[in-house]
Design a protein around this ligand. Structure first.
Ligand code: GLN
Length: 191
């Protein structure tokens, strides 16, 4: 059974731990570089990306995380976690940095200008998926190596690049485990 770490700086860590358990992984909260190096894959939870960034800086985690992700560690980010995995960010706060990894431009709080949070069925790999959005980003542009997995009214809300996966919504908050199962199979190398 793969061991997947959930980055426990801020955000809905517990929900991801539970979802990963339900998707066939052993899930552990991780915070220190040595703990993160020891797991087979990493989840960056939803929360607030500016806080994740500031805490990652305060704990000297930005560079170790960039190195691990750049070096091929499988990672999945939901919402704020998607922002952290974006190579390019629009509408961040001044100086806000991401970890990067996925060749995409993400707009922070993109739906928020219309409505703060909502739930609806999106299209995930051709099938409906009930998705919860909370002050969510969307993906404005992707590079050639990125596959678009999910869309909502023409907006890109789920992507994959190699062993990196990101969703603008929060699959950890709903019982459908398809996204976490996909990530577990990516960590196992079977998908
Ligand atoms: N708006 C938040 C941010 O900028 C993301 C919200 C979320 O993760 N639910 O990070």
């Amino acid at each position: 059974m793969p061991v997947i770490g959930v980055l426990a700086l801020q955000g809905d860590v517990r929900e991801h731990l539970r979802a990963l358990g339900g998707a066939g992984a052993r899930a552990v909260p991780v915070r220190r570089p040595a703990e993160i190096e020891a797991v087979d894959g990493l989840v960056i939870p939803g929360g607030e990306s500016t806080t994740l960034w500031r805490l990652a800086m305060a704990f000297d985690l930005l560079e170790p995380l960039r190195k691990l992700i750049g070096g091929g560690m499988p990672a999945f980010g939901s919402c704020a976690g998607m922002i952290m995995l974006a190579d390019r960010l629009v509408d961040g706060v001044r100086g806000q940095q991401t970890l990067g990894g996925i060749d995409m431009t993400v707009r922070r709080n993109a739906f928020g200008r219309q409505v703060d949070s909502f739930e609806r069925n999106i299209e995930l790999s051709g099938e409906p998926f009930h998705a919860v959005f909370i002050r969510a980003p969307w993906v404005e542009q992707v590079g050639p190596d990125v596959s678009v997995l999910g869309t909502d009214a023409g907006r890109i809300v789920a992507v994959r690049q190699g062993v990196l996966l990101a969703t603008a919504f929060h699959p950890e908050l709903t019982p459908d485990r398809r996204i976490h199962e996909l990530f577990v199979s990516m960590v196992k190398g079977t998908s």
